[in-house]
Design a protein around this ligand. Structure first.
Ligand SMILES: *Cc1c(COP(=O)(O)O)cnc(C)c1O
Ligand code: SF4
Length: 493
Protein backbone atom coordinates (compact mmCIF):
# COMPACT_ATOMS: atom_id res chain seq x y z
CA UNK A 1 0.00 0.00 0.00
CA UNK A 2 1.30 3.35 -1.08
CA UNK A 3 0.69 5.25 2.07
CA UNK A 4 2.97 3.21 4.27
CA UNK A 5 6.12 4.52 2.69
CA UNK A 6 6.92 6.35 5.84
CA UNK A 7 8.92 3.88 7.94
CA UNK A 8 9.72 4.05 11.61
CA UNK A 9 13.24 5.04 10.74
CA UNK A 10 12.13 7.93 8.58
CA UNK A 11 9.56 9.03 11.10
CA UNK A 12 12.33 9.32 13.70
CA UNK A 13 14.51 11.13 11.18
CA UNK A 14 17.14 8.40 11.37
CA UNK A 15 17.12 7.47 7.72
CA UNK A 16 20.38 8.29 6.02
CA UNK A 17 20.12 7.60 2.33
CA UNK A 18 17.48 6.83 -0.26
CA UNK A 19 18.32 3.13 -0.11
CA UNK A 20 17.11 3.15 3.53
CA UNK A 21 13.64 4.16 2.43
CA UNK A 22 10.96 1.49 2.74
CA UNK A 23 9.42 -0.11 -0.32
CA UNK A 24 12.87 -0.54 -1.88
CA UNK A 25 12.31 2.60 -3.88
CA UNK A 26 15.93 2.75 -4.94
CA UNK A 27 15.56 -0.64 -6.66
CA UNK A 28 13.62 1.08 -9.40
CA UNK A 29 15.88 1.47 -12.42
CA UNK A 30 15.17 5.17 -12.79
CA UNK A 31 15.96 5.83 -9.13
CA UNK A 32 19.06 3.69 -8.82
CA UNK A 33 21.35 6.70 -9.05
CA UNK A 34 19.75 8.10 -5.93
CA UNK A 35 20.49 5.09 -3.75
CA UNK A 36 23.48 6.59 -1.93
CA UNK A 37 22.25 10.15 -1.76
CA UNK A 38 21.91 11.51 1.76
CA UNK A 39 18.42 12.65 2.71
CA UNK A 40 18.39 16.29 3.81
CA UNK A 41 17.12 17.05 7.27
CA UNK A 42 13.34 17.37 7.45
CA UNK A 43 11.81 20.80 7.75
CA UNK A 44 8.43 19.40 8.74
CA UNK A 45 7.15 17.02 11.36
CA UNK A 46 6.45 13.52 10.04
CA UNK A 47 3.10 13.54 8.36
CA UNK A 48 0.01 12.22 10.14
CA UNK A 49 -0.91 9.03 8.30
CA UNK A 50 -4.63 9.74 8.51
CA UNK A 51 -4.08 12.61 6.10
CA UNK A 52 -2.98 10.06 3.49
CA UNK A 53 -6.11 7.93 3.66
CA UNK A 54 -7.42 9.42 0.41
CA UNK A 55 -5.01 7.05 -1.35
CA UNK A 56 -6.89 4.01 -0.09
CA UNK A 57 -9.72 2.69 -2.23
CA UNK A 58 -11.99 -0.04 -0.98
CA UNK A 59 -11.37 -3.13 -3.04
CA UNK A 60 -13.87 -5.54 -4.54
CA UNK A 61 -16.65 -7.36 -2.80
CA UNK A 62 -17.94 -4.55 -0.56
CA UNK A 63 -21.49 -5.10 -1.89
CA UNK A 64 -21.61 -8.51 -0.22
CA UNK A 65 -22.09 -6.81 3.15
CA UNK A 66 -25.72 -6.31 2.13
CA UNK A 67 -27.54 -9.63 2.56
CA UNK A 68 -29.56 -9.09 -0.62
CA UNK A 69 -26.31 -8.83 -2.60
CA UNK A 70 -24.30 -11.42 -0.66
CA UNK A 71 -24.36 -13.90 -3.52
CA UNK A 72 -23.68 -11.41 -6.30
CA UNK A 73 -20.39 -12.08 -8.07
CA UNK A 74 -18.15 -9.43 -9.54
CA UNK A 75 -19.19 -9.92 -13.16
CA UNK A 76 -22.86 -9.46 -12.26
CA UNK A 77 -22.23 -6.45 -10.06
CA UNK A 78 -20.13 -4.81 -12.77
CA UNK A 79 -22.97 -5.07 -15.30
CA UNK A 80 -24.81 -1.73 -15.73
CA UNK A 81 -27.98 -3.68 -16.57
CA UNK A 82 -27.83 -5.27 -13.13
CA UNK A 83 -27.31 -1.85 -11.58
CA UNK A 84 -30.33 -0.45 -13.42
CA UNK A 85 -32.57 -3.44 -12.81
CA UNK A 86 -31.89 -3.57 -9.09
CA UNK A 87 -31.99 0.14 -8.38
CA UNK A 88 -34.32 0.96 -5.52
CA UNK A 89 -37.13 3.00 -7.02
CA UNK A 90 -39.66 3.03 -4.23
CA UNK A 91 -40.55 2.08 -0.70
CA UNK A 92 -41.60 -1.48 -1.46
CA UNK A 93 -38.34 -2.33 -3.19
CA UNK A 94 -36.42 -0.79 -0.35
CA UNK A 95 -38.30 -2.90 2.16
CA UNK A 96 -37.83 -6.03 0.07
CA UNK A 97 -34.06 -5.53 0.04
CA UNK A 98 -33.48 -4.27 3.56
CA UNK A 99 -36.12 -5.74 5.85
CA UNK A 100 -34.45 -7.56 8.70
CA UNK A 101 -31.07 -5.96 7.92
CA UNK A 102 -31.84 -2.41 9.07
CA UNK A 103 -33.94 -1.43 12.06
CA UNK A 104 -37.68 -1.47 11.50
CA UNK A 105 -37.94 2.07 12.89
CA UNK A 106 -35.48 3.30 10.26
CA UNK A 107 -37.36 1.48 7.52
CA UNK A 108 -40.57 3.18 8.55
CA UNK A 109 -38.84 6.53 8.73
CA UNK A 110 -37.72 6.04 5.12
CA UNK A 111 -41.20 4.99 4.02
CA UNK A 112 -42.67 8.12 5.57
CA UNK A 113 -39.86 10.22 4.07
CA UNK A 114 -40.59 8.81 0.63
CA UNK A 115 -44.30 9.56 0.93
CA UNK A 116 -43.49 13.19 1.69
CA UNK A 117 -40.67 13.62 -0.85
CA UNK A 118 -41.38 15.80 -3.87
CA UNK A 119 -39.16 13.63 -6.11
CA UNK A 120 -38.99 10.03 -7.14
CA UNK A 121 -36.32 7.88 -5.56
CA UNK A 122 -33.78 5.91 -7.52
CA UNK A 123 -30.58 4.46 -6.05
CA UNK A 124 -28.20 2.00 -7.64
CA UNK A 125 -26.97 -1.16 -5.90
CA UNK A 126 -23.50 0.41 -6.15
CA UNK A 127 -24.56 3.34 -3.97
CA UNK A 128 -26.60 1.15 -1.64
CA UNK A 129 -23.48 -0.85 -1.00
CA UNK A 130 -21.45 2.28 -0.20
CA UNK A 131 -23.78 3.13 2.70
CA UNK A 132 -22.84 2.25 6.28
CA UNK A 133 -26.04 0.50 7.31
CA UNK A 134 -24.88 0.32 10.92
CA UNK A 135 -25.45 4.05 11.11
CA UNK A 136 -27.70 5.03 8.21
CA UNK A 137 -28.87 8.26 9.84
CA UNK A 138 -25.39 9.78 9.60
CA UNK A 139 -24.27 8.16 6.39
CA UNK A 140 -23.45 10.77 3.71
CA UNK A 141 -24.60 8.57 0.82
CA UNK A 142 -27.91 7.75 2.49
CA UNK A 143 -28.46 11.44 3.24
CA UNK A 144 -28.15 12.35 -0.45
CA UNK A 145 -30.46 9.76 -1.92
CA UNK A 146 -32.86 8.40 0.66
CA UNK A 147 -35.09 10.79 2.59
CA UNK A 148 -36.22 10.13 6.14
CA UNK A 149 -39.22 11.95 7.59
CA UNK A 150 -37.70 12.56 11.02
CA UNK A 151 -35.06 15.06 9.89
CA UNK A 152 -37.35 17.07 7.63
CA UNK A 153 -37.46 20.83 8.16
CA UNK A 154 -40.01 23.31 6.82
CA UNK A 155 -39.06 24.98 3.54
CA UNK A 156 -37.74 28.51 3.54
CA UNK A 157 -40.56 30.96 2.68
CA UNK A 158 -38.51 32.34 -0.24
CA UNK A 159 -38.23 29.19 -2.25
CA UNK A 160 -39.72 28.30 -5.57
CA UNK A 161 -39.62 25.12 -7.61
CA UNK A 162 -37.46 26.35 -10.47
CA UNK A 163 -35.18 28.27 -8.18
CA UNK A 164 -32.65 28.97 -10.92
CA UNK A 165 -35.25 30.35 -13.36
CA UNK A 166 -33.90 28.19 -16.14
CA UNK A 167 -37.26 28.23 -17.88
CA UNK A 168 -36.95 32.00 -18.40
CA UNK A 169 -33.64 31.70 -20.27
CA UNK A 170 -34.81 28.84 -22.42
CA UNK A 171 -35.28 29.56 -26.17
CA UNK A 172 -36.54 26.04 -26.82
CA UNK A 173 -37.29 23.17 -24.43
CA UNK A 174 -34.10 21.58 -23.17
CA UNK A 175 -31.80 24.51 -23.93
CA UNK A 176 -30.72 27.26 -21.53
CA UNK A 177 -28.87 30.31 -22.85
CA UNK A 178 -28.09 32.55 -19.92
CA UNK A 179 -24.44 33.50 -20.22
CA UNK A 180 -23.13 35.22 -23.35
CA UNK A 181 -20.93 32.46 -24.80
CA UNK A 182 -22.22 29.34 -23.07
CA UNK A 183 -25.31 27.23 -23.41
CA UNK A 184 -26.72 24.40 -21.41
CA UNK A 185 -28.26 21.56 -23.41
CA UNK A 186 -30.52 19.11 -21.57
CA UNK A 187 -31.05 16.25 -24.02
CA UNK A 188 -33.17 14.10 -21.75
CA UNK A 189 -34.87 14.05 -18.38
CA UNK A 190 -33.77 10.78 -16.86
CA UNK A 191 -30.86 10.09 -14.57
CA UNK A 192 -29.17 6.95 -13.30
CA UNK A 193 -30.18 8.09 -9.81
CA UNK A 194 -32.35 10.82 -8.41
CA UNK A 195 -30.61 13.13 -6.00
CA UNK A 196 -32.69 14.68 -3.25
CA UNK A 197 -30.99 18.01 -3.69
CA UNK A 198 -31.50 18.23 -7.45
CA UNK A 199 -32.20 21.71 -8.79
CA UNK A 200 -33.90 20.25 -11.79
CA UNK A 201 -36.55 18.46 -9.80
CA UNK A 202 -39.08 20.41 -11.87
CA UNK A 203 -37.98 18.47 -14.95
CA UNK A 204 -36.09 15.42 -13.88
CA UNK A 205 -37.46 12.35 -12.28
CA UNK A 206 -41.03 12.36 -13.49
CA UNK A 207 -40.48 9.43 -15.74
CA UNK A 208 -38.38 6.35 -15.42
CA UNK A 209 -38.59 5.43 -19.09
CA UNK A 210 -35.33 5.59 -20.94
CA UNK A 211 -35.03 7.58 -24.11
CA UNK A 212 -34.65 4.35 -26.00
CA UNK A 213 -38.08 3.07 -25.02
CA UNK A 214 -40.56 5.88 -25.43
CA UNK A 215 -40.44 9.15 -27.21
CA UNK A 216 -37.19 9.14 -29.12
CA UNK A 217 -38.86 10.82 -32.12
CA UNK A 218 -40.17 13.79 -30.08
CA UNK A 219 -36.77 13.93 -28.37
CA UNK A 220 -35.05 14.09 -31.74
CA UNK A 221 -37.27 16.98 -32.89
CA UNK A 222 -36.53 18.78 -29.65
CA UNK A 223 -32.80 18.19 -30.07
CA UNK A 224 -32.90 19.48 -33.64
CA UNK A 225 -34.50 22.73 -32.48
CA UNK A 226 -31.75 23.12 -29.89
CA UNK A 227 -29.01 22.39 -32.45
CA UNK A 228 -30.58 24.92 -34.84
CA UNK A 229 -30.48 27.59 -32.13
CA UNK A 230 -26.86 26.77 -31.29
CA UNK A 231 -25.88 26.89 -34.96
CA UNK A 232 -27.57 30.28 -35.31
CA UNK A 233 -25.78 31.95 -32.39
CA UNK A 234 -22.16 32.54 -33.36
CA UNK A 235 -21.22 33.76 -29.89
CA UNK A 236 -21.77 30.33 -28.32
CA UNK A 237 -18.43 28.59 -27.90
CA UNK A 238 -19.19 26.41 -24.93
CA UNK A 239 -21.94 23.81 -24.58
CA UNK A 240 -22.72 21.86 -21.45
CA UNK A 241 -24.59 18.65 -22.16
CA UNK A 242 -26.34 18.00 -18.89
CA UNK A 243 -29.19 16.30 -17.15
CA UNK A 244 -31.04 14.34 -17.03
CA UNK A 245 -27.81 12.58 -17.55
CA UNK A 246 -25.75 11.70 -20.63
CA UNK A 247 -25.01 8.37 -18.96
CA UNK A 248 -28.55 7.39 -19.89
CA UNK A 249 -27.95 7.98 -23.59
CA UNK A 250 -27.03 4.98 -25.67
CA UNK A 251 -23.68 5.04 -27.42
CA UNK A 252 -25.34 5.92 -30.73
CA UNK A 253 -27.34 8.84 -29.28
CA UNK A 254 -24.23 10.14 -27.55
CA UNK A 255 -22.43 9.96 -30.88
CA UNK A 256 -25.27 11.80 -32.67
CA UNK A 257 -25.22 14.68 -30.22
CA UNK A 258 -21.46 15.07 -30.05
CA UNK A 259 -21.06 14.76 -33.81
CA UNK A 260 -23.51 17.58 -34.47
CA UNK A 261 -22.00 19.79 -31.77
CA UNK A 262 -18.47 19.21 -33.10
CA UNK A 263 -19.65 20.13 -36.59
CA UNK A 264 -20.92 23.56 -35.54
CA UNK A 265 -17.89 25.74 -36.32
CA UNK A 266 -18.09 28.20 -33.42
CA UNK A 267 -18.52 25.54 -30.71
CA UNK A 268 -15.07 24.95 -29.20
CA UNK A 269 -15.78 23.34 -25.84
CA UNK A 270 -18.26 20.63 -25.00
CA UNK A 271 -18.74 19.33 -21.51
CA UNK A 272 -20.69 16.23 -20.81
CA UNK A 273 -22.07 16.53 -17.32
CA UNK A 274 -22.81 13.20 -15.70
CA UNK A 275 -23.48 11.89 -12.26
CA UNK A 276 -22.66 8.46 -13.69
CA UNK A 277 -19.08 8.00 -12.53
CA UNK A 278 -20.17 8.64 -8.94
CA UNK A 279 -23.19 6.36 -8.93
CA UNK A 280 -22.41 3.62 -11.47
CA UNK A 281 -18.67 3.75 -12.18
CA UNK A 282 -18.59 0.22 -13.59
CA UNK A 283 -20.33 1.36 -16.76
CA UNK A 284 -17.12 3.06 -17.89
CA UNK A 285 -15.26 -0.21 -17.47
CA UNK A 286 -17.85 -2.62 -18.88
CA UNK A 287 -20.05 -0.71 -21.34
CA UNK A 288 -17.34 -0.71 -23.95
CA UNK A 289 -19.54 0.72 -26.71
CA UNK A 290 -20.39 3.79 -24.62
CA UNK A 291 -16.88 4.42 -23.32
CA UNK A 292 -15.29 3.86 -26.74
CA UNK A 293 -17.75 6.31 -28.30
CA UNK A 294 -16.83 8.91 -25.72
CA UNK A 295 -13.10 8.36 -26.16
CA UNK A 296 -13.35 8.39 -29.96
CA UNK A 297 -15.26 11.65 -29.99
CA UNK A 298 -12.88 13.23 -27.51
CA UNK A 299 -10.08 12.28 -29.87
CA UNK A 300 -11.95 13.52 -32.92
CA UNK A 301 -12.58 16.79 -31.11
CA UNK A 302 -8.92 17.10 -30.23
CA UNK A 303 -8.01 16.74 -33.91
CA UNK A 304 -10.34 19.68 -34.59
CA UNK A 305 -8.71 21.56 -31.68
CA UNK A 306 -11.95 21.35 -29.71
CA UNK A 307 -12.29 20.03 -26.20
CA UNK A 308 -14.83 17.43 -25.18
CA UNK A 309 -14.53 16.65 -21.50
CA UNK A 310 -16.49 15.00 -18.74
CA UNK A 311 -17.83 16.90 -15.75
CA UNK A 312 -18.86 14.63 -12.98
CA UNK A 313 -20.38 14.99 -9.57
CA UNK A 314 -18.78 13.25 -6.60
CA UNK A 315 -19.90 14.69 -3.28
CA UNK A 316 -18.06 12.56 -0.72
CA UNK A 317 -15.33 9.95 -0.50
CA UNK A 318 -17.77 7.26 0.62
CA UNK A 319 -19.04 7.19 -2.99
CA UNK A 320 -15.56 6.36 -4.22
CA UNK A 321 -14.20 2.80 -4.42
CA UNK A 322 -11.56 0.90 -6.37
CA UNK A 323 -14.14 0.63 -9.17
CA UNK A 324 -14.35 4.44 -9.37
CA UNK A 325 -10.57 4.69 -9.36
CA UNK A 326 -10.23 2.11 -12.15
CA UNK A 327 -12.85 3.93 -14.21
CA UNK A 328 -11.16 7.30 -13.76
CA UNK A 329 -7.76 5.75 -14.55
CA UNK A 330 -9.13 4.37 -17.79
CA UNK A 331 -10.44 7.77 -18.86
CA UNK A 332 -7.19 9.46 -17.90
CA UNK A 333 -5.18 6.96 -19.90
CA UNK A 334 -7.42 7.65 -22.89
CA UNK A 335 -6.87 11.37 -22.56
CA UNK A 336 -10.36 12.31 -21.34
CA UNK A 337 -10.26 15.33 -19.07
CA UNK A 338 -12.55 14.83 -16.06
CA UNK A 339 -13.56 17.62 -13.71
CA UNK A 340 -15.79 17.47 -10.68
CA UNK A 341 -18.62 19.65 -9.39
CA UNK A 342 -19.82 18.99 -5.86
CA UNK A 343 -22.82 20.28 -4.03
CA UNK A 344 -22.13 21.37 -0.48
CA UNK A 345 -24.49 19.35 1.69
CA UNK A 346 -24.98 19.44 5.42
CA UNK A 347 -23.86 16.17 6.99
CA UNK A 348 -22.27 15.00 3.74
CA UNK A 349 -19.25 17.16 2.96
CA UNK A 350 -19.54 20.26 5.15
CA UNK A 351 -16.76 19.39 7.59
CA UNK A 352 -13.31 20.46 6.51
CA UNK A 353 -11.98 16.92 7.00
CA UNK A 354 -14.61 15.50 4.64
CA UNK A 355 -14.11 18.20 2.02
CA UNK A 356 -10.31 18.04 2.24
CA UNK A 357 -10.34 14.28 1.81
CA UNK A 358 -12.71 14.52 -1.15
CA UNK A 359 -10.51 17.09 -2.87
CA UNK A 360 -7.38 15.03 -2.28
CA UNK A 361 -8.98 11.77 -3.40
CA UNK A 362 -10.36 13.30 -6.59
CA UNK A 363 -6.97 14.79 -7.34
CA UNK A 364 -5.34 11.39 -6.74
CA UNK A 365 -7.68 9.93 -9.40
CA UNK A 366 -6.81 12.80 -11.78
CA UNK A 367 -10.28 14.27 -11.44
CA UNK A 368 -9.98 18.00 -11.12
CA UNK A 369 -12.16 19.58 -8.41
CA UNK A 370 -13.79 22.45 -10.29
CA UNK A 371 -16.73 23.79 -8.31
CA UNK A 372 -18.35 23.39 -4.93
CA UNK A 373 -21.90 24.69 -5.14
CA UNK A 374 -23.74 26.26 -2.29
CA UNK A 375 -26.87 24.12 -2.03
CA UNK A 376 -29.68 25.50 -4.14
CA UNK A 377 -32.97 26.45 -2.60
CA UNK A 378 -34.89 23.30 -3.37
CA UNK A 379 -38.16 22.06 -1.93
CA UNK A 380 -38.20 19.48 0.83
CA UNK A 381 -34.47 19.39 1.60
CA UNK A 382 -33.98 22.33 3.92
CA UNK A 383 -31.98 20.14 6.31
CA UNK A 384 -29.32 19.67 3.60
CA UNK A 385 -28.44 23.34 3.15
CA UNK A 386 -25.65 25.14 4.97
CA UNK A 387 -25.37 28.76 6.00
CA UNK A 388 -23.26 30.95 3.73
CA UNK A 389 -21.14 31.76 6.76
CA UNK A 390 -20.22 28.09 7.22
CA UNK A 391 -19.53 27.58 3.53
CA UNK A 392 -17.14 30.51 3.56
CA UNK A 393 -15.32 29.10 6.57
CA UNK A 394 -15.06 25.73 4.81
CA UNK A 395 -13.51 27.36 1.76
CA UNK A 396 -11.00 29.11 3.99
CA UNK A 397 -10.03 25.78 5.54
CA UNK A 398 -9.45 23.93 2.29
CA UNK A 399 -7.75 26.56 0.16
CA UNK A 400 -4.05 25.88 0.35
CA UNK A 401 -4.13 22.18 1.17
CA UNK A 402 -3.22 21.21 -2.38
CA UNK A 403 -2.46 22.57 -5.83
CA UNK A 404 -4.43 25.64 -6.77
CA UNK A 405 -5.71 23.99 -9.95
CA UNK A 406 -7.14 21.21 -7.82
CA UNK A 407 -8.81 23.62 -5.41
CA UNK A 408 -12.47 24.11 -6.28
CA UNK A 409 -14.10 27.50 -6.52
CA UNK A 410 -17.01 27.80 -4.11
CA UNK A 411 -20.01 29.29 -5.87
CA UNK A 412 -23.64 30.10 -5.30
CA UNK A 413 -25.99 29.68 -8.25
CA UNK A 414 -28.15 32.56 -7.10
CA UNK A 415 -31.92 32.15 -7.21
CA UNK A 416 -33.66 34.24 -9.82
CA UNK A 417 -31.32 33.37 -12.68
CA UNK A 418 -28.26 35.40 -11.77
CA UNK A 419 -26.02 32.44 -12.43
CA UNK A 420 -22.96 31.37 -10.50
CA UNK A 421 -21.35 33.86 -8.18
CA UNK A 422 -18.20 33.40 -6.13
CA UNK A 423 -19.43 32.77 -2.61
CA UNK A 424 -17.30 35.61 -1.28
CA UNK A 425 -18.50 38.22 -3.76
CA UNK A 426 -21.70 39.21 -1.96
CA UNK A 427 -22.51 42.91 -1.71
CA UNK A 428 -23.92 42.37 1.73
CA UNK A 429 -24.57 39.49 4.08
CA UNK A 430 -26.66 39.59 7.23
CA UNK A 431 -25.73 36.67 9.46
CA UNK A 432 -28.79 37.28 11.63
CA UNK A 433 -31.46 37.04 8.95
CA UNK A 434 -29.26 34.91 6.69
CA UNK A 435 -29.88 37.11 3.66
CA UNK A 436 -27.03 37.59 1.19
CA UNK A 437 -27.17 39.99 -1.74
CA UNK A 438 -25.29 39.46 -5.00
CA UNK A 439 -24.95 41.23 -8.32
CA UNK A 440 -24.32 39.55 -11.64
CA UNK A 441 -23.53 42.21 -14.25
CA UNK A 442 -22.75 39.69 -17.01
CA UNK A 443 -26.32 38.45 -16.74
CA UNK A 444 -28.24 41.60 -15.77
CA UNK A 445 -26.84 44.95 -14.63
CA UNK A 446 -30.15 46.08 -13.22
CA UNK A 447 -30.81 43.31 -10.76
CA UNK A 448 -29.78 42.23 -7.31
CA UNK A 449 -30.02 38.56 -6.41
CA UNK A 450 -30.73 37.14 -3.01
CA UNK A 451 -29.80 33.91 -1.30
CA UNK A 452 -31.27 32.86 2.04
CA UNK A 453 -29.58 30.76 4.72
CA UNK A 454 -31.64 27.92 6.16
CA UNK A 455 -33.67 29.36 9.00
CA UNK A 456 -32.90 26.63 11.55
CA UNK A 457 -29.24 27.71 11.64
CA UNK A 458 -29.96 31.39 12.33
CA UNK A 459 -29.59 33.00 15.73
CA UNK A 460 -32.83 33.32 17.66
CA UNK A 461 -33.26 36.95 16.66
CA UNK A 462 -33.22 35.97 12.98
CA UNK A 463 -35.57 33.05 13.44
CA UNK A 464 -38.04 35.33 15.21
CA UNK A 465 -38.03 37.81 12.34
CA UNK A 466 -38.79 35.10 9.81
CA UNK A 467 -41.53 33.68 12.02
CA UNK A 468 -43.50 36.88 11.43
CA UNK A 469 -44.74 37.01 7.81
CA UNK A 470 -45.25 40.75 8.01
CA UNK A 471 -41.54 41.31 8.50
CA UNK A 472 -40.40 39.47 5.37
CA UNK A 473 -40.43 42.42 2.98
CA UNK A 474 -38.70 44.60 5.59
CA UNK A 475 -35.94 42.01 6.00
CA UNK A 476 -35.26 42.13 2.27
CA UNK A 477 -35.55 45.90 1.92
CA UNK A 478 -33.09 46.33 4.78
CA UNK A 479 -30.57 43.97 3.15
CA UNK A 480 -30.80 45.78 -0.21
CA UNK A 481 -30.43 49.11 1.50
CA UNK A 482 -27.40 47.97 3.43
CA UNK A 483 -25.89 46.70 0.18
CA UNK A 484 -26.45 50.14 -1.34
CA UNK A 485 -28.54 48.50 -4.05
CA UNK A 486 -32.01 49.75 -3.24
CA UNK A 487 -32.26 51.30 -6.71
CA UNK A 488 -31.88 47.93 -8.38
CA UNK A 489 -34.83 45.60 -8.64
CA UNK A 490 -34.37 42.65 -6.36
CA UNK A 491 -35.03 39.24 -7.73
CA UNK A 492 -36.43 37.32 -4.87
CA UNK A 493 -38.63 34.40 -5.57
C1 LIG B 1 -23.42 26.35 -14.89
C2 LIG B 1 -23.95 26.77 -16.13
C3 LIG B 1 -23.12 26.89 -17.26
C4 LIG B 1 -21.62 26.60 -17.21
O1 LIG B 1 -20.98 27.53 -16.36
P1 LIG B 1 -19.44 27.46 -15.98
O2 LIG B 1 -19.25 28.47 -14.92
O3 LIG B 1 -18.67 27.78 -17.22
O4 LIG B 1 -19.13 26.08 -15.52
C5 LIG B 1 -23.72 27.30 -18.43
N1 LIG B 1 -25.05 27.60 -18.50
C6 LIG B 1 -25.85 27.52 -17.42
C7 LIG B 1 -27.28 27.90 -17.54
C8 LIG B 1 -25.33 27.09 -16.20
O5 LIG B 1 -26.12 27.00 -15.13
S1 SF4 C 1 -28.00 13.08 -11.45
FE1 SF4 C 1 -27.86 15.33 -11.64
S2 SF4 C 1 -29.68 15.96 -12.83
FE2 SF4 C 1 -30.01 13.84 -12.11
S3 SF4 C 1 -31.11 14.03 -10.16
FE3 SF4 C 1 -28.94 13.96 -9.63
S4 SF4 C 1 -28.26 16.11 -9.55
FE4 SF4 C 1 -30.25 16.03 -10.66
Amino acid sequence: MIRHLQSEAIAKGKSQTVSDLPGRISDQPDLRDLADVNIPEFVKEPVDETTLEHRDFEEDGFWRRIPAFAEIDRATFMDPAFQNRHSVNGASKFRALFEGFVQESFLQDVEKGLREAPMNVRITPYLLSRIDWQDPYHDPVRIQFLPVASTRLPDHPHLSLDSLHEQKDSPTPGLVHRYPDKALFLPLDVCPVYCRFCTRSYAVGGSTDTVEKGGYKPQLERWKAAFAYLAARPEIEDVVVSGGDAYMLSASRLREILTVLLAIPHIRRIRIASKGPAVMPMKILTDTAWTETLCELVEQGRKQCKEICLHTHFNCTQEISSISRDAMNLLFQRGVVVRNQSVLIRGVNDSHEAMAKLIKQLSWMNVQPYYVYQHDMVKGVEELRTRLKDSIELERQVRGITAGFNTPTFVTDVPGGGGKRDLHSFEYYDEITGVSVYRSPAVDKEKAYLYFDPIDGLPEEGREQWADRNQHSTIIARALNAAGLNKLSAVSV
